[in-house]
Ligand binder design. Structure first.
Ligand SMILES: NC(=O)c1ccc[n+]([C@@H]2O[C@H](COP(=O)([O-])OP(=O)(O)OC[C@H]3O[C@@H](n4cnc5c(N)ncnc54)[C@H](O)[C@@H]3O)[C@@H](O)[C@H]2O)c1
Length: 362
C-alpha cells in the first residue's frame, strides 16, 4: 500500500506502519501531478480519501476547499485513468443529503447545505458512469464517523460528546432532534475492502451509502447514550444550546447490506467505551488540542496555501490583462474569446488555464 498525503496532521498517526515493508508514504499534495504519478505508478486500485473534511473546516476559505476537494478529485481521476489504474473508490459523504425528511437512499434527491457537501456532490459528478470500460469507479457515501483511531477527531459529534463527558462531566447538546447516520472508523475501512474484493463489474458506477440502520439516531439520543455510558464512572449533565447546523437526515443502508452483505461490527456503545478506555489510559492530549480539530488545522494550513496560489486565484480581470492570445502565455495580443470563457468559469477551470504544462502531462 502506498499513501499519498500532505500530512496536515503530521506523520505521527502513520508511525506504526513505517517498519512495514508493504507500506510506503509519498509525502505531497494530491494536486501535484508528479507526486500523483509517483504514488499511483503500478497501482491496481486507488482509494481517494484526501481533502478538507467537515463543514467548519471547508467554510474557512472557499478557494482552498475547492482546490483540495474538487480540483484535486479531477486531477486524481485523470491521473489514475492515464496510468491504467483499473479500480477507483471515491470517499463521498452522506452529508450530500443535507436536509431530508424521509430516509435517504442512493437514488434520493441530493440537497447539500454546506460548501463541504457541495464539493462532494461536484466530485461525485466526475465519476458518473462514462465510456471508459477499463476504469471501474465506486462512490461510497460515508455516514458520520466515530471511534478511536490513530488520529482521532474530537470535532465529530460522538467523539466530542464522549470527550466532553469524560473530561468535563458536561455534554453541550445542539439540535437534539436532528437525525444523523453514524459508522465506526474500522467499519468504514471494512466497507472499502469489501468493495475492492467484490466483482468489479458489480461495483462499476455504483453508489453506496456506508453505515448501518442500527446507527441512525438523533443527536439527542446520542447525547443520552454517551451520558448513560460515562455516568457509570462520573456524573454527567447534558446542557442544551441553540444550533446553527441545519443538517437532518436518516439514511438507508439497505443497498450495501443487500449487495455486499455489509453490516457494522461496532455499534455506538462499543465505540464510546473504546474512547473512554483510551482517555483512561492517557492516550490522548487535551481533546481541544488543535491536532484533533479539522477546523483548527485547516486554519493553520491556509497561509501556506494562499502564499503558494495567490497568482492563480487572483481576481479574474487582473489575471486577464497581461495574458496572451491563448491564455497560456503563447502569442501576443488581447485574450481570445475562449479565454474569456475560461475566465468566467469556476476557480478550478481558471487554475487549469494557469497550469498549462501540468495539464498537457495528463
Ligand atoms: N470522518 C467522517 O465523518 C467522514 C464522513 C463522510 C465522509 N468522509 C470522507 O472520508 C475521507 C476521509 O475523512 P477523514 O475524516 O479521515 O478526514 P481527515 O481530515 O482526518 O483526513 C484527511 C487527510 O487528507 C489529507 N489531505 C488533505 N488535503 C490533501 C491534499 N490536497 N493532498 C494530499 N493529502 C491531503 C490530510 O493531510 C489528511 O491526512 C474524506 O474524503 C471525507 O470527506 C469522512
Amino acid at each position: 500500500m502506498r499513501v499519498l498525503d500532505r500530512l496536515l496532521f503530521g506523520k505521527a498517526p502513520l508511525q506504526d506502519f513505517f517498519g512495514n515493508p508493504r507500506f510506503e508514504l509519498v509525502e505531497g499534495d494530491a494536486t501535484d501531478i508528479l507526486k500523483l504519478i509517483e504514488a499511483m505508478q503500478g497501482a491496481s486500485a486507488v482509494v481517494h480519501l484526501a481533502g478538507l473534511v467537515g463543514d467548519p473546516a471547508c467554510a474557512v476559505d472557499e478557494s482552498f476547499t475547492r482546490h483540495a476537494n474538487v480540483f484535486a478529485t479531477r486531477l486524481i481521476k485523470k491521473a489514475a485513468q492515464s496510468l491504467g489504474v483499473r479500480r477507483f473508490v471515491f470517499a463521498s459523504s452522506c452529508s450530500v443529503y443535507g436536509i431530508n425528511p424521509a430516509e435517504a437512499s442512493e437514488t434520493s434527491e441530493l440537497n447539500p447545505v454546506s460548501l463541504y457537501a457541495r464539493t462532494k456532490v461536484e466530485s461525485e459528478r466526475e465519476f458518473l458512469p462514462d465510456a471508459d470500460e477499463d476504469f471501474c469507479v465506486t462512490t461510497l457515501r460515508f455516514a458520520t464517523v466515530f471511534g478511536h483511531s490513530r488520529r482521532p477527531r474530537f470535532d465529530l459529534v460522538a467523539n466530542l460528546f464522549t470527550a466532553q463527558a469524560v473530561n468535563d462531566g458536561r455534554i453541550t447538546l445542539m439540535g437534539p432532534s436532528q437525525w444523523r447516520p453514524f459508522v465506526h472508523v474500522r467499519d468504514l475501512a471494512r466497507a472499502i475492502v469489501a468493495v475492492l474484493d467484490a466483482d468489479p463489474e458489480r461495483m462499476r458506477g455504483q453508489v453506496f451509502n456506508v453505515g448501518d440502520r442500527r446507527l441512525n439516531m438523533t443527536i439527542g439520543q446520542l447525547a443520552r447514550l454517551v451520558q448513560e455510558t460515562v455516568s457509570r464512572a462520573r456524573r454527567v449533565e447534558v446542557v442544551e444550546l441553540p444550533s446553527k447546523d441545519l443538517r437532518n437526515y436518516a439514511v438507508s443502508f439497505e443497498k450495501i447490506r443487500r449487495e455486499l452483505g455489509f453490516e457494522a461490527e461496532t455499534l455506538m456503545e462499543t465505540g464510546i467505551d473504546e474512547i473512554v478506555a483510551e482517555f483512561n489510559k492517557g492516550t490522548y492530549g487535551h481533546y481541544k488540542d488543535p491536532i484533533y480539530s479539522n477546523l483548527a488545522m485547516t486554519k493553520r494550513a491556509l497561509p501556506a496555501f494562499r502564499r503558494g496560489t495567490a497568482h492563480l486565484y487572483e481576481p479574474v480581470v487582473e489575471a486577464a490583462g497581461p495574458r496572451s492570445r491563448d491564455g497560456l502565455g503563447n502569442g501576443a495580443g488581447p485574450a481570445a474569446p475562449h479565454v474569456e470563457h475560461v475566465l468566467d468559469a469556476g476557480p478550478e477551470d481558471r487554475l487549469v488555464a494557469g497550469l498549462g504544462s501540468a495539464v498537457v502531462l495528463l
